[in-house]
Every structure is written in structure tokens, then in C-alpha cells.
Design a protein around this ligand. Structure first.
Ligand code: MEV
Length: 328
């Protein structure tokens, strides 16, 4: 037996970090995806082969010990072991993970991996899930990857695809959330990967909480301003008003910078993009590196791409608002 699943990475158009503290965020699924193939292996054990992180094995019961070539696969192997148990999968299997989503970049590579594994394993077990089920199952693992806290926004975006509004209403594991689908839109964006490795656990689990300890009023004040931006973006998205969206992106970026969440290389790319005619540009995700994206008129895409590439960053061409998880 053989099951294939694919889930998109995503971008925070607005609201990262603030979303962890109950403010709304707007995410869009991107055309870079993670594909997972699960096949029966006629053994008792599980083998995970990742194009980014090599091999991991889950040895047979009762110990079900995990062996990984690289530390980065540990959370994935633990997730696979738990999901295998949850769905009562007794037979052994191989999992192949192939991802187009750059790791530690702000495009939610870990979420795309968790979603596609869950999709494939639930189907492999003969118990396919509804999209609504993914959030509750994945949330604890997502929070661990993000340094103990998370909004869960990326799980909704990777699962449902398109453009999503997500707001945490009550903390918990999983938290209570409100979500809205904000329809389909065709925007031209340029993504640049600064190649500065930026684990979200550092900003979410360490930097923001340390700022809050010293000046909670300031941090919550900034998060409230970011919340206003996310709310203002909804009508602008509905009207395809890219001039307003660009301005809102720039404001959101300034607020993230005021919390020390940008990076000189992100600032470098953002400046080049805006000078080359982008309407707005901001980081996405945890910050301190990873990617930035710029919203452009179609006629400016080539110039913006050239300008950000001149910084040495890698440009990524892709669509946004693509479909969510698929399982075959
Ligand atoms: C990380 O990609 C986005 C954050 O807002 C964390 C989260 O939403 O869980 C920084």
C-alpha cells in the first residue's frame, strides 16, 4: 500500500508574533509544497527519509527507540511515532519527505511536514481526517517547534490553503481559535530568502518573552497596532486594493522592527525591493532572518526580483493562495 500527501508552506501577510498573543493574523498558502509518501515495508520498524535531514528510524515495539542521523529529524520522528500509535498502525512503513519549502525561513516548513505526514498516515491507517481535525492534533508539536508557544495560524493555512484570517480566542493546548477564509486573490509577490538561518524558537520562545518581562506595556501596545493592521487588511484584500495592502505591509514591518525582530539582511532586501518599485515589503514568520516578501504590480516584478537578488539573497518565484493539503 502506498499513500501520497502534499501540503503548502505559507506566508504571514500580517500579524506574526502578535498572533501568539491573541491578535489576528492573515496567512496565505504558497506554491512551495512538502510531499510525503508512505509505503508499507513488510518490517516492524519505520524508516523516515528526508531530503533535507537524511534518515531516521523508529525501532520495533516495545521500546520504539528513535535513531536519527540529524537532530532536526527528532521532532518529526516523535510526531510519526505518536501518530502511528494514535491510528493503531501495527505494520511497518517507510516515509519519504521531499520539501520545496526552505527550512527555518519563515515559510512554515515544519507545519507543511506535520500536515503532510498526518494526511498520509491517517489515510494509510484507513482513517482519513477532515480538515478541521488537523489543528488540534498538530498544535502541541507546532508549539514545541516554536519554543513552547504558537498561534497555530500556519496549521490552518497549510490545511485549508488560500487566504486565512486566524485569531486565537483562548490559550490552551490546543487553543480556541476563530478562522475565516478570505477568498481567492491574484497578487504578484517576490520572495527573497536571506539564507540567514532563523529558528522560530529563538524569537518566540526567548526574545519576545524577554522583552515582555521588561516592558509588557510596550510589547502589547505594538501587538495592538499590528492587530489593527490585520483587521484593516481584510477589506483591502476583498477589494484587491494592493496599494493599501502594500502600505499596511510596510507599517507591519516597522512595528516588527521596533520589537527587534528584523535583521540587517532582511532590511537590506526590503530597502532594495521598495526602491525598485515594490508597494510593500516585510519579513514573514519568526524574523531574525529567513525570508522577506514584496508585493508588486506585475510590471515591476522583474525589477524587484533583480534588486533583491543583487543583495545575494535567493529569490523564490511562486504563487500565493494555493490549495491546502491533498491526500491521494
Ligand atoms: C512563526 O512562523 C510565526 C509566529 O507568529 C509564531 C506563531 O504564530 O506560532 C512568530
Amino acid at each position: 500500500m502506498h499513500v501520497k500527501s502534499s501540503a503548502p508552506g505559507n506566508l504571514f501577510l500580517f500579524g506574526e508574533h502578535a498572533a501568539v498573543y491573541g491578535r489576528p493574523a492573515i496567512c496565505a498558502a504558497v506554491g512551495k509544497r512538502t510531499e510525503v509518501v508512505v509505503s508499507e515495508n513488510n518490517k516492524d520498524s519505520v524508516t523516515i527519509l528526508s531530503d533535507a535531514f537524511g534518515k531516521a528510524e523508529i525501532l520495533p515495539e516495545p521500546a520504539e527507540k528513535i535513531r536519527t542521523e540529524k537532530k532536526e529529524l527528532e521532532n518529526v520522528a516523535l510526531f510519526v511515532r505518536d501518530i502511528r500509535k494514535k491510528f493503531g498502525i501495527a505494520k511497518g512503513f517507510d516515509i519519504k519527505i521531499r520539501s520545496e519549502v526552505p527550512v527555518n525561513s519563515g515559510m512554515s516548513s515544519s507545519t507543511a511536514v506535520f500536515c503532510s505526514i498526518l494526511g498520509a498516515l491517517s489515510a494509510f491507517a484507513g482513517k482519513p481526517l477532515d480538515k478541521e481535525d488537523y489543528f488540534n492534533i498538530i498544535f502541541p508539536y507546532q508549539a514545541k517547534v516554536h519554543g513552547g508557544k504558537a498561534s497555530g495560524s500556519e496549521i490552518i493555512s497549510s490545511t485549508f490553503g488560500g487566504f486565512s484570517y486566524i485569531k486565537k480566542l483562548k490559550d490552551g493546548i490546543p487553543p480556541k481559535i476563530e478562522t475565516k477564509n478570505i477568498g481567492g486573490h491574484k497578487f504578484h509577490i517576490v520572495i527573497a530568502n536571506t539564507k540567514v538561518d532563523a529558528p522560530t524558537s529563538l524569537t518566540v520562545g526567548y526574545h519576545v518573552p524577554s522583552l515582555m518581562k521588561r516592558d509588557a506595556k510596550f510589547v502589547y501596545g505594538v501587538f495592538d497596532k499590528i492587530a489593527d493592521i490585520s483587521e484593516k487588511a481584510i477589506p483591502a484584500l476583498k477589494d484587491n486594493n494592493i496599494a493599501v495592502l502594500g502600505e499596511l505591509m510596510n507599517e507591519n514591518q516597522k512595528l516588527l522592527s521596533s520589537l527587534g525582530l528584523s535583521h540587517p539582511k532582511l532590511d537590506d532586501c526590503i530597502k532594495e525591493a521598495l526602491n525598485a518599485g515594490a508597494l510593500g515589503a516585510k519579513l514573514s514568520g519568526g524574523g531574525w532572518g529567513g525570508i522577506m516578501f514584496a508585493l508588486c504590480l506585475e510590471k515591476n516584478v522583474a525589477a524587484v526580483k533583480k534588486a533583491v537578488a543583487s543583495t545575494g539573497a535567493e529569490t523564490i518565484e511562486t504563487e500565493i493562495g494555493v490549495r491546502g493539503i491533498t491526500v491521494d
